[in-house]
Design a protein around this ligand. Structure first.
Ligand code: SF4
Length: 267
């Protein structure tokens, strides 16, 4: 076989084939300096790899459907792994009248998400409550009003300019925490929403959002106040507004998280 002229290109092509064979479909070039938590296991993909991983790339999490067998490389093959963006409308269409988990039995409406499809910030909460279930919109109750204040009074951004969604799209009975199987059934949709929007920053509201997006189990006090990455996008964790309604003393820590978020956007 003819030897490629550029050894760097050949090396890159080798790596892209390697990750494609593992089932990765997205590879994003990271625009950021390494996260302060880059040495922790929560901020990076977990596929086993040879020891000389290329430094300039952040590898997305694998999809549930492995890609077919490898095809021979070519020059354009280097960029073939970058999938086109799905529209939010297409994702909502796929969700349909979802019956993928038992939460479908008690819900009134599916709460998909709302806001700017080109938002610079995506807020991800846990799941809909009673008000959201009634109206089909995320964060419209008391916690929603507090989130609106955080966005509009704290960040000085109109709420319609950001995008807001939840890990699960249907209200759990008595507002209990979503169970593992429910999160597993639903998480593809929030991941696809984020992939579609590709915001500059993600703000995970509360432990469920943080643990789901980062695949980590930690107390909120240890999770917040630091930067992580979700598929190459900076992610910060802060308290869920519903928790702040119960414990207003955490508002000052939340404000400090929001200031970090603002500084990241400004930078
Ligand atoms: S919570 Fe998600 S997976 Fe479960 S029924 Fe609702 S939309 Fe479907």
């Amino acid at each position: 076989m003819e030897k490629p002229e550029n050894p760097d290109l050949a090396e890159l092509a080798k790596w892209l084939r390697y990750y494609r064979d593992l089932g990765f479909t997205h590879i994003f070039r990271s625009p950021l300096q390494p996260s302060p938590l880059a040495e922790t296991p929560v901020a990076v993909a977990t596929a086993a790899a040879p020891t000389t991983e290329p430094e300039a790339y952040t590898i997305a999490m694998p999809t549930r459907t492995p890609k077919p067998a490898a095809v021979p490389p070519s020059g354009s093959d280097l960029f073939a792994a970058a999938a086109p963006r799905e529209s939010l409308e297409k994702i909502r269409e796929d969700l349909g009248d979802c019956q993928r988990c038992k939460l479908s039995q008690g819900r009134k409406t599916i709460v998909f998400g709302s806001g700017n499809p080109k938002a610079e910030i995506v807020f991800v909460g846990e799941g809909p409550g009673a008000d959201e279930d009634e109206q089909g919109l995320p964060f419209v109750g008391r916690a929603g009003q507090l989130l609106t204040d955080m966005i509009e009074k704290g960040l000085k951004i109109p709420r319609p300019d950001v995008y807001i969604c939840n890990i699960i799209k249907c209200r759990p009975p008595q507002n209990r925490k979503p169970e593992k199987d429910e999160i597993a059934a639903c998480r593809q949709f929030v991941e696809r929403q984020i992939d579609s929007i590709r915001p500059r920053v993600i703000c995970a509201l509360g432990a469920t959002a943080a643990e789901t997006l980062l695949n980590v189990k930690e107390a909120m006090g240890r999770l917040r106040g630091r930067w992580y990455e979700f598929r190459g996008i900076p992610l910060i964790v802060t308290y869920h507004p519903a928790f702040l309604l119960r414990d207003p003393s955490k508002k000052s820590e939340t404000w400090s998280d929001l200031k970090m978020l603002l500084a990241r956007l400004a930078g």
